[in-house]
Every structure is written in C-alpha cells, then in structure tokens.
Ligand binder design. Structure first.
Ligand code: NAP
Length: 287
C-alpha cells in the first residue's frame, strides 16, 4: 500500500498518477474535501497522517512548506507516530536541506527510512509524469522508490545523502524565481517603450535568452490572468527565503536572488500570495 499526504496542486496530480498506474493508495489531506476525486477513483481515505503511516509501506508527502511538514510529521496523530519499522518516507515538499536532514535523522531513530525527493516541474509535467526528482538519501532506498518515482517523473537525479536533493531544489528555484522576474521586467520595459506585448514575447522566444519555463507562462502573461495558480507567490517566496537562510548559514550572499525575493514578498504583502508567481509581471509593469 502506498500512502500520500498533501493533496494540493501537485499532490493531487502526482497521487493520481500512482492510482492510475494501478497502485493501492491511501490518502490524507488536512482539508478532507480535496481527496474526494481520488477516493471516487478507488483510493482509501485516512483519518490522520498517523493512520497513513500505520497502513502504508511507502509514504509520500507533498506539503506547502516547512511548517506543514512538521505539522504532519510530529505529534500524537503525526506520521512518525504511525509508521511501520523499515517503511520508507519520501518527502517531495520543498523545504530546507537542514530540515530534510533532521527529518531523516528522526526517521532513522524511529526505525524507518527517509528520502528527500523534491521535484522540478509544475502542473503540466505532474499530470504527464514528466517531473524531475532531486533525491537525497541512501541508494538502496532510492532503488525501492524508483519504480514509483518513474510513474511521476521522467528523470531522477540522485544528488547525494539526505539534504542534497533539497539543496538542489533550492538551487533550481532560485533560478526559477529570477528567470520569471527578469522576463517580466524585460516585457514590461518593452511595453513602456511602446512595443507590442505579444510581439516582444515572440522576439524574445526566437532568441537564446528566454528559458523553457517561460513558454508555460506565456498564456498567463498575455491574458494577465494570475489568479488561477500553477505555482503560488507564497511558494516561490518561501523557496527563495529558504535559499536565503541556507546561504546565510554557508556565508554566501545571494545578492540578485534576495532582491527578487523581496519583490515576491511585496506581491504577497499586497494580498497576492495565492496568485501564480507570474503576477510579478503585474507588480513590475508601468500603470
Ligand atoms: P498547495 O496546492 O498549496 O498544497 C499544499 C498542501 O500542503 C495542501 O495539501 C495543504 O493542505 C497542505 N498543508 C499546508 N499547510 C498544512 C499544515 N499546517 N498541515 C497539514 N497540511 C498542510 O501547494 P503545491 O503547489 O501543491 O506545492 C506543494 C509543495 O510542492 C510545495 O513545497 C511547493 O513549493 C512544491 N512545488 C510546487 C510546484 C508547483 O508548480 N505548484 C512545483 C514543484 C514543487 P490544505 O489543502 O488543507 O491546505
């Protein structure tokens, strides 16, 4: 039995693929209503994270942030209180390497195994099973997880021991936040010079400077429809803040990233935390 905790934007799609592939699945989400579609398709419902741990041999978590992972992991009804000896917990949430190492140590102390396995790729890749997993942990645990990760992802990058997968994810998202911000600023600048928005996008995409991620954002940028999020402002701001905190611990400055991070922070402060992070275009454009 596979367990899945955190049926949000990403978790709903990832767990849906495991179910569609024929795996027995037990699911838990804090807001229970979000599990309804999976249960209709045959997933079992758990009352608590502990309940998932008690009934599954491999458990995935795909949760919003460090606080959510702690809330699910610890406490009387937490995952750690239920998990079976030798079972494997795979955390795909984007948290900090420091927290991943702590979770791994706590898991080992309690007699089970842990992989940090955050993902690159948003809703489209999650639906198509084309995510990229960045994995930290023991090779033998990864081999146990590989068949399941391969249902949800097209590439699996083993980065080293626990924490290394999460470290790579922060590196990735530091680029992601800056890339979308840089493109948004260029676009808004072009418009301020009197250029047509669609035409600026066309010319940028024809050249070498626009990253692949930007193709996924084209429609949102054209329609200026940011309310229906694939990846929230809250999430990118959290990831860049986690990168900043890790950088501080390692004596690394992150000057570009920290200034972009503050802009996502301002978007959040203006009530747009649940908007797609491409709303940074709206924040930057001349009104
Ligand atoms: P989301 O839709 O906001 O889902 C977050 C999940 O965390 C929900 O299941 C939510 O439960 C749960 N949660 C939040 N706080 C909780 C708490 N205190 N206790 C228990 N559960 C809690 O976010 P998402 O976009 O799926 O992102 C999930 C993770 O994947 C994040 O770490 C994000 O950075 C990462 N990620 C996202 C994307 C993307 O494109 N969306 C891509 C790669 C990685 P409720 O339903 O009850 O709120």
């Amino acid at each position: 039995m596979i367990g899945f905790i955190g049926i949000g934007i990403m978790g709903s799609r990832m767990s849906g693929r495991l179910l569609d592939a024929g795996h027995e699945l037990i699911v838990y989400n804090r807001t229970q209503s979000k599990t309804a579609a999976l249960i209709k398709k045959g997933a079992l419902s758990a009352d608590s994270p502990k309940d998932v741990g008690a009934r599954a041999n491999i458990v995935f978590t795909m949760l919003a942030d460090p606080q959510a992972v702690d809330a699910v992991a610890y406490g009387n009804n937490g995952l750690l209180a239920g998990m079976k000896q030798g079972a494997l917990w795979i955390d795909s949430s984007t948290i900090s390497p420091t927290q991943s190492v702590k979770l791994a140590n706590d898991a080992k102390h309690d007699g089970f195994r842990f992989l940090d396995a955050p993902v690159a790729g948003s809703t489209g890749p999650a639906e198509k099973g084309e995510l990229i997993f960045f994995v930290g942990g023991e090779s033998r645990d990864l081999e146990d997880a590989r068949p399941l990760l391969s249902i949800m992802g097209k590439e699996i990058h083993h980065k080293g021991q626990n924490g290394a997968g999460t470290a790579m994810k922060l590196v990735n998202n530091l680029m992601l936040g800056q890339t979308v911000a840089a493109f948004s600023e260029a676009l808004a600048f072009g418009e301020s010079l009197g250029l047509d928005k669609a035409d600026v996008i066309k010319s940028l995409f024809a050249g070498p400077t626009a990253a692949p991620i930007l193709h996924f954002k084209e429609s949102k940028l054209m329609k200026e429809d940011f309310e229906n999020a694939d990846f929230k402002v809250n999430s990118i701001y959290k990831d860049m803040e986690l990168a900043s905190e890790e950088a501080y611990k390692h004596g690394f400055a992150l000057p570009l990233s920290n200034s972009v991070k503050a802009m996502y922070g301002l978007c959040q402060q203006q009530g747009k935390g649940d908007y797609d992070f491409a709303t940074i275009y709206d924040f930057l454009k001349k009104k």
